[in-house]
Design a protein around this ligand. Structure first.
Ligand code: PLP
Length: 451
């Protein structure tokens, strides 16, 4: 644990200078903050010189580790060439153009147009504004409702927190009206007694039909889904889920947006999560791995139909009055070009090669009497802790059991993330088999210590 005693310690300085988001203050008051200084491959180091294997790739984003020479070089060269510019008023950098062309090429779309933001939240927020802009421009101003799912995570702005299906957003008085959450497609937790997985999936499809009928199809602007829910605790959808719901959305002409902030750029073993589930959405939201975490950047990648409609609306009605100072930042774009190249030439193969040992490690730990479910897709996975495997009854107490497991891991030099009752793993694609083994060994030891 870090030194929390000295008034000039990094811990004390961090606490007295910084306001923490997504952080349990009693927990860091008891345990101290971890202040990091640098990284090597998938390891990070703190101010006390301790080394941690980061099983979460930062926050799902550092897919190439913390010191990748190619990404650092791409940033340095672009900083030296042209350190920043916007992408408005008919001007943008050459890097921005090249990245948009590259994204069109690697996207599942026949053609694509991309709009840039600084984060995943802003990209989802932008997509909602695009749908609302279209509704107004196409003479259907009442077409504003947004469909998402329980347990979804789409961001932290007022709109994207409203899309997010997490109870904590009620602390802000959210969701805003018009954001409708369908059932989370997690069979293990949401399936009813005696209900088969196929019946569960069919029930969710029926629910979607009912919601569309109840709300009125003319009031619905779009449907957003993470191909695999990430911050909800890594929830791959129930078998056949997208095959069941997509025809309904298509029949009602409701745009389908794949929020690929975590799943995009290789995480699920395909370039895009939607490809792992065999569907082509109308737009893709990307961030995180887009720059391998080396630059804050998000992207709305519009498939041909939405791109055409938006183009028409901006030509015939008015310009799209939206954007950020750093939209299409040339350094971010140069890094993204290098990151996508890395994914294409090396990292996608690494994800595929590592997936069997990742799945085997999860399956081994799932034999523990207090692990109720192991779930994963590609290199994103979770172990859900339960008090009782049969009843799936969760643990209760002041500190969730997943937090106790994650804290114990931190003490042993492994960073993993507690999410609800689950411990989540999202390793960097550059991990070696030996580092993967170290990750599971430390997590296994933490499970033994906690239970
Ligand atoms: N969408 C998904 C699926 C995410 O996982 C996240 C962040 O974890 C976001 C959107 C928000 O991205 P950001 O934190 O960059 O705003």
């Amino acid at each position: 644990m870090p030194d929390t005693t000295h008034p000039n310690s990094w811990d004390a300085r961090a606490k007295s200078s910084s306001f923490f988001g997504f952080t349990d203050l009693p927990s860091i008051e008891a345990r101290g903050t971890v202040v990091l200084t640098h990284g090597e491959g998938p390891y990070v180091f703190d101010t006390e010189g301790r080394r941690y294997l980061d099983a979460n790739s930062g926050l799902w984003n550092m897919i190439a580790g913390f010191d990748h020479p190619g990404l650092i070089r791409a940033a340095q060269e672009q900083y030296a060439r042209f350190p920043g510019y916007h992408a408005f008023f008919g001007r943008m950098s050459d890097q921005t153009v090249m990245l948009s062309e590259k994204l069109a090429q690697v996207s599942p779309f026949e053609s694509a147009k991309t709009f840039y933001t600084n984060s995943g939240s802003e990209a989802n927020d932008t997509m909602v504004k695009m749908l609302w802009f279209l509704a107004g421009a196409e003479g259907q101003p009442e077409r504003r409702k947004i469909l998402t799912r329980g347990n979804a995570y789409h961001g932290v702005t007022a709109v994207t927190a409203s899309m997010t299906g997490k109870p904590y957003n009620s602390l802000f008085g959210l969701p805003l009206p018009g954001f409708i959450h369908l059932t989370c497609p997690h069979y293990w937790r949401e399936g009813r007694d005696g209900e088969s997985e196929a019946e569960f999936t069919a029930r969710l499809a029926e629910e979607l039909e009912e919601v569309i009928a109840r709300e009125g199809v003319d009031t619905i602007a779009g449907f957003f889904a993470e191909p695999v829910q990430g911050a909800g605790g890594v929830i791959p959808p129930s078998a056949g889920y997208f095959d069941a719901i997509l025809p309904i959305l298509r029949r009602h002409k409701i745009p389908v947006i794949a929020d690929e902030v975590i799943t995009g750029l290789g995480r699920t073993g395909e370039m895009w999560g939607c490809e792992s589930y065999d569907f082509v959405p109308d737009a893709i939201i990307s961030s995180k791995a887009l720059t391998a975490g080396y630059f804050p950047m998000g992207a709305v990648i519009l498939g041909p139909e939405l791109a055409d409609r938006l183009q028409r609306a901006t030509r015939e009605v008015e310009e799209f009055p939206h954007g950020f100072t750093a939209s299409g930042h040339p350094v971010g774009c140069a890094i993204a070009l290098a990151a996508i190249d890395l994914v294409e030439t090396e990292l996608l193969d690494r994800v595929r090669a590592l997936t069997p040992s990742f799945e085997a490690g999860l399956a081994r730990l799932a034999e523990h009497p207090h692990i109720g479910e192991a779930r994963s897709r590609g290199l994103m996975g979770a172990l859900e802790a339960v008090r009782d495997k049969e009843t799936k009854a969760p643990w209760d107490g002041d500190l969730s059991v997943s937090e106790r497991i994650a804290n114990t891991c931190t003490d042993h030099g492994l960073i993993c993330r507690p999410l609800g009752q689950a411990v989540v793993l999202c390793p960097a694609f550059i991990m070696t088999e030996a580092q993967m083994a170290e990750m599971f060994e430390k997590l296994g030891a933490a499970l033994e210590e906690v239970f």
